[in-house]
Design a protein around this ligand. Structure first.
Ligand code: UTP
Length: 476
């Protein structure tokens, strides 16, 4: 049988023959590319996925005995759970200096809510300078080099949809001053996008199947398949500082968090997480929970509202630990999962507007309401596979200013405000006067490069103004 016939037979067996409806109208190159694309998809899994995620929605079962996950409080002297921050800091620094730590950003998402053309990491995020997100992360790594005299490798997960654009952005910006061989890009896998009513795989054009990146959880397999994991092992890297591409205030390399992950008595050094306290029970974030001796993140929509509203005897929100998608992953842990044939993370279903073509006529369709289902894996589902996993509380203003939406919450504007607020705090802690308005908010726009400082302690070493002028924009 020719490749065409083989593929046609396989598609017919899973009721997806429409993917070849326009095959005969394509030129030879496009025909070959379409067959290769279809061949690369997990065709055998599609019927079960349609049944389980499109025709029916997976039922969520609340784990028995679910309780809030314990965490290391932000203030180590807290009565809640005292811990030795200085020791964690020292241990983390030792690992960084020994070259055992790499930065790892997941940058394969489609950023559809922000509606920005191009990879989200190229988005101008600096509150004053408009520096792209990738540049801010690069400056973190340059700062680590300034402080510890060690180059921290940086792994960037892209998707096949933005891989080339991401690489050329770095090339055209001369890698933001980082040695080129420090930065390694690798693409994650994709899943076919499915019609929300029928489950039929969508066509993005007559010659291409509509696909979506397989979620940040796809990083476990992608790290292995791409060879990045083997490279890390040969470089002696043991811990990956994992973060998302949309958070300009993330501490790319945090010695305290790394030290706690690697050294705490109750950590297996497999996968650790940072959390921020939820501001209200209704806040839509995943929550760190504990059940059956395992840490896990329960999505906002899965945790029943009566549990979200429960309070502790002193009035605090009981299920308080909101996930901000900052983790440390052990390289050995990723290797154990990725090389285990039985390993898989569950899929999550997302309903989206997916541009496509009509499978009968080939006419383009620009949907105005959700017409498709995306199937994605989430990295936090790997927490349950750890022997033991710790959670560290952090301060929202200190390291969580995400840019997800074009306006409103988690937008460029809210991020700018948070960047300014944090910089104002740090400057004031160093004795610089910052103008504030009647509500106590900074009356200026501020940005502190992560190369200058990633904490008020580091900022003390910089040359600082005595005061900031009202209404001014200052980048340090
Ligand atoms: P989001 O959940 O915000 O998704 O990703 P997104 O695709 O970027 O944005 P929307 O939902 O279309 O608006 C959180 C982080 O996970 C990465 C993103 O790049 C971001 O850093 N991610 C997401 C991946 O790397 N791959 C994916 O398949 C999905």
């Amino acid at each position: 049988m020719t490749t065409f016939e083989t593929i046609r037979t396989r598609l017919a067996a899973i009721d997806q023959a429409h993917l070849l409806n326009f095959y005969s109208t394509l030129d030879a190159d496009a025909q070959a590319a379409l067959l290769a694309q279809i061949d690369s998809l997990p065709l055998g899994d599609i019927p079960a996925l349609i049944e389980g995620y499109v025709k029916h929605k997976p039922a969520f079962v609340l784990p028995k005995g679910v309780a809030p996950a314990p965490y290391y409080p932000h203030a180590p002297a807290s009565k809640l759970r005292p811990w030795d921050k200085a020791a964690a800091h020292l241990h983390g620094e030792k690992l960084i200096r020994a070259g055992q730590v790499a930065a790892f950003v997941v940058a394969g998402g489609q950023g559809s809510r922000l509606g920005y053309e191009g990879p989200k990491g190229c988005y101008p995020a600096g509150a004053v300078t408009g520096k792209p997100l990738f540049e801010l992360f690069a400056e973190n790594i340059l700062g680590v080099h300034d402080r510890y005299n060690v180059w921290t490798p940086w792994y960037i997960m892209t998707s096949p949809l933005n891989h080339e654009a991401t690489k050329s952005f770095f090339e055209s910006h001369n890698f933001f001053g980082l040695p080129n061989d420090l930065v390694r890009f690798f693409p994650q896998g994709v899943m076919p996008s499915l019609d929300i009513k029928t489950g039929k795989v969508l066509l993005s054009s007559k010659s291409e199947v509509a696909t979506n990146p397989d979620g940040h959880g796809g990083c476990i397999r992608a790290l292995h398949h791409s060879g990045a994991l083997a490279e890390m092992q040969s470089r002696g890297i043991k811990h990956l500082s994992y973060f998302q591409v949309d958070n300009p205030t993330v501490r790319v390399i945090d010695p305290v968090f790394i030290g706690l992950h690697a050294g705490a008595a109750d950590s297996s050094a497999e996968m650790s997480s940072k959390m921020v306290p939820k501001v209200a029970p209704e806040e839509k974030v995943g929550v760190f929970c504990h059940a059956g001796g395992k840490t896990q993140v329960l999505e906002y929509s899965d945790l029943p509202m009566d549990l979200q509203r429960e309070r502790t005897p002193d009035g605090a929100i009981k299920f308080i630990a909101g996930s901000i998608a900052i983790h440390v992953l052990g390289v050995e842990f990723v290797h154990r999962l990725a090389t285990d044939k039985a390993f898989s993370l569950p899929y999550h279903r997302a309903e989206k507007k997916i541009p496509c073509v009509d499978p009968a006529s080939g006419s383009p369709i620009t949907p105005t309401e959700n017409n498709g289902v995306k199937l994605e894996k989430f990295v936090f589902d790997a927490l349950e596979l750890c022997k033991a996993s710790i959670v560290l509380e952090t301060d929202r203003v200190e390291e969580f200013a995400p840019i997800k939406n074009a306006s409103g919450s988690d937008s460029p504007e809210s991020s700018r405000k948070l960047q300014t607020l944090r910089a104002a705090r740090w400057l004031e802690a160093c004795g610089t006067q910052v103008p504030r308005d009647a509500q106590g908010q900074p009356d200026c726009t501020l940005e502190i490069s992560p190369r200058t400082a990633t904490s008020p302690e580091e900022l003390r070493h910089a040359k600082l103004p005595k005061s900031i002028e009202r209404g001014s924009k200052v980048a340090l």
